[in-house]
Design a protein around this ligand. Structure first.
Ligand SMILES: Nc1ncnc2c1ncn2[C@@H]1O[C@H](COP(=O)(O)OP(=O)(O)OP(=O)(O)O)[C@@H](O)[C@H]1O
Length: 632
């Protein structure tokens, strides 16, 4: 809420937001006070001043009864704005009722309503308004009913579309399973979640209603004398456009300004609700890492030095990835483990250049096959990353576009980056689906993602990565959403891809067992930093960081006492915005000292391709063996 309020304040300070608020406030003030202040002079008939042009006494001249047009324009604001708002309200209420009816009514009745709305939407709004105006009769009430009902179908369609997008979500399904009635689901779960876009559209719609009223009154089937709105004044003024253009310009300008006020306000509201603008950047962005001047590792597929990822928040910049350094070599499989929130995915996204603004990525070095990713133009990077980097995401259900066939989605990258024809790219896609062991690949390539099982979709995703010649496959929790048997198939497939193509693999997982079975090396991350980096074959005997040891200790094995509860690491990792001064793990560490709480340890090389960041590294089996060997 506070965040939304901060965004609203920031929007009001932009030229668009400020103009919207000023114009709307002026319009509302006019509608409230003008009839009280100038109602009398606006109605006063002066037979000595009939149809005069603009003068000091009458700024916009006078009408056929000598009444002051300027005052009449000001006074007409109440009726004009009132009618526009009334019609919009009517349109929104009727539209929302029609739009939500299909989810409450029995199926057949619901379909009838939907069909009716679809037909009504196809009619031009003004034509509908004219049709209703004839039915309800000429006059103020008739015009309001006509315009209100004419705007209802588009709101009904909007409500239907928005409701459909919410109705498929899990919490609505959960409420349905719990036996909650349809009306209650509608009121509690659907309407509150679509209210914001409806309000935004209603505000913009009020501007359109205002114009529609002006149109009806101008045509003579809207507001009737002695009442008058801007449309009516415009119609009267246009009759004398050659003798006194100001008589038409005045009400015309009022319609434009009020329409602008509604539209600008709607746009501002949309920006606040949708937060289209980036968050205000409070505080100072942490200093970027100085560019590395040492020689690059020519054997490395990926070389990362002092990688930092920062995001602005209401309380200032937070840096969830705080100086990560590692290299990945050709054909190597590197696992990244750590609890949820340790920065594993952000590291992977930063490497793939997928961190969007307002996130900021800096690094002393971020080289992929020798190309500096942070300084190479986006257009060049697209082809490089599109052909040489493959990404496999956690959720196979959302990895593909549900509306396009799998084969076409695979072929797209080859058409784009390798310049293959449509047919050749599709044939390549089928071969790649075969390579990742999708059965009946030719037939499957013509299917949509929902026709694939989760495991098959994940294999197809790996196949998509193989459409180029990947030098690195980044797999972010690729098996978390799959059952154990399918998990094993996907991991085996990744291993096969690695041996067939010599591609390096970066496997992100919260499961240290999966990493130790699949990778050569493991990077252990905690609170946005690598705290240990060591070869997997020495993980159990040589891991020195208390956090790595804790991760290993909580994995049950054959000796684990089944009568005891499963082990957990006590405490929780710190939030990126609330990091302690010293070692981030100190609060959960049994070995923590004053030094740990005051100074953050650096990740230091301890020999044997092993790095650790700890003031009090654990004595390991290897250390004990070495000491015993030395004593002998
Ligand atoms: N767009 C963002 N804006 C602000 N903070 C973010 C953003 N994305 C991630 N974070 C924060 O960065 C931290 C690290 O997130 P990340 O997704 O990298 O963790 P992770 O180790 O991959 O965890 P998980 O296993 O749950 O995916 C988290 O605390 C998260 O809240």
């Amino acid at each position: 809420m506070a965040r939304r309020r901060a965004t609203a304040m920031a929007m009001v300070r932009t030229p668009l937001g400020a103009s919207a608020v000023v114009l709307l406030t002026a319009m509302i003030a006019l509608a409230v006070f003008a009839p009280v202040l100038w109602g009398e002079p606006a109605a006063a008939i002066d037979t000595d001043a009939i149809q005069q042009g603009p003068s000091a006494d009458h700024l916009l001249g006078t009408d056929a009864l000598g009444r002051d047009i300027f005052y009449r324009v000001l006074v007409a604001s109440r009726l004009s704005l009132g009618l526009a708002l009334g019609a919009t309200l009517l349109g929104v209420v009727v539209g929302t009722l029609l739009g939500t009816a299909p989810s409450v009514l029995p199926r057949r009745a619901g379909r009838l309503v939907t069909a009716g709305v679809n037909i009504a939407v196809a009619f031009p709004g003004l034509l509908l308004a004219l049709f209703f105006a004839v039915i309800f009769g000429v006059g103020t009430t008739g015009a309001m009913l006509a315009i209100g009902l004419a705007t209802a179908p588009s709101f009904a369609r909007l409500t239907q579309t928005l409701s459909a997008s919410v109705a498929g979500l899990d919490y609505v399904a959960a409420a349905r399973i719990a036996g909650v009635s349809r009306i209650r689901i509608l009121l509690r779960h659907i309407l509150p979640n679509i209210a914001e876009p409806l309000v935004v559209n209603a505000t913009i719609g009020a501007g359109a209603s205002l114009l529609a009223f002006a149109g009806l009154s101008f045509l003579g089937i809207g507001v009737q004398a002695p009442s008058y709105d801007w449309g009516r004044l415009l119609g009267e003024g246009l009759n004398r456009i050659y003798t006194n253009p100001a008589a038409a310009l005045g009400p015309g300008l009022a319609v434009v300004v009020a329409g602008l006020a509604f539209n600008l306000f709607g746009e501002t509201l949309a920006a606040v609700v949708g937060q289209r603008k980036p968050e205000p950047r409070v505080g100072v962005l942490p200093e970027p890492a100085p560019i590395a001047d040492g020689p690059a590792d020519s054997d490395a597929v990926l070389q990362v030095e002092d990688l930092r990822v920062s995001f602005p928040s209401a309380a200032g910049w937070t840096t969830p990835v705080r100086g990560v350094s590692f290299s990945v070599h050709a054909g190597e499989a590197v696992g990244v483990v750590g609890e949820s929130g340790s920065g594993k995915s952000l590291t992977a996204l930063a490497v793939s250049r997928l961190i969007e603004s307002p996130g900021v990525v800096t690094a002393a070095r971020l080289d992929f096959i020798g190309v500096p990713l942070l300084s190479t133009p986006e257009r060049e990077l697209r082809t490089l990353l599109g052909t040489s980097l493959a990404m496999v995401f956690q959720d196979p259900t959302t990895s593909f576009n549900p509306t396009r066939r799998i084969g076409r989605q695979l072929a797209e990258a080859a058409e784009e980056h390798q310049g293959l024809s449509r047919g050749k790219a599709l044939a390549l896609a089928v071969r790649k689906l075969q390579a990742v062991r999708v059965p009946a690949a030719e037939r499957r390539a013509r299917q949509y993602p929902h026709e694939f099982s989760g495991g098959m979709r994940q294999r197809a995703m790996i196949g998509m990565g193989l459409m180029g010649t990947p030098k690195l496959v980044i797999a972010d929790e690729p098996t978390t959403a799959l059952d154990v048997t399918v998990q094993r198939q996907v991991l085996r497939l990744l291993a096969q891809v690695r041996s067939d193509t010599q591609a390096a693999i970066m496997l992100i997982s919260h499961d240290i067992t999966i990493v130790s079975q699949t990778c050569d090396r493991v990077l252990v991350m905690y609170a946005g930093r690598i705290v240990e980096d060591l070869p997997v074959d020495r993980l159990h005997t040589a891991a020195r960081h208390p956090y790595t040891r804790a991760l290993l200790d909580v994995v049950p094995d054959l000796d684990t006492d089944r009568h005891q509860p499963l082990g957990v690491i006590p405490g929780r990792p710190p939030e990126p915005g609330h990091l302690p001064a010293g070692c981030a793990f100190a609060a959960r560490c049994a070995f923590a000292s004053e030094q740990c709480r005051g100074e953050d340890p650096l990740l230091l090389d301890v020999g044997g391709s092993h790095r650790v960041a700890c003031w009090h590294p654990v004595v390991t089996v290897e250390d004990r063996a070495l000491t015993a060997g030395g004593a002998r």
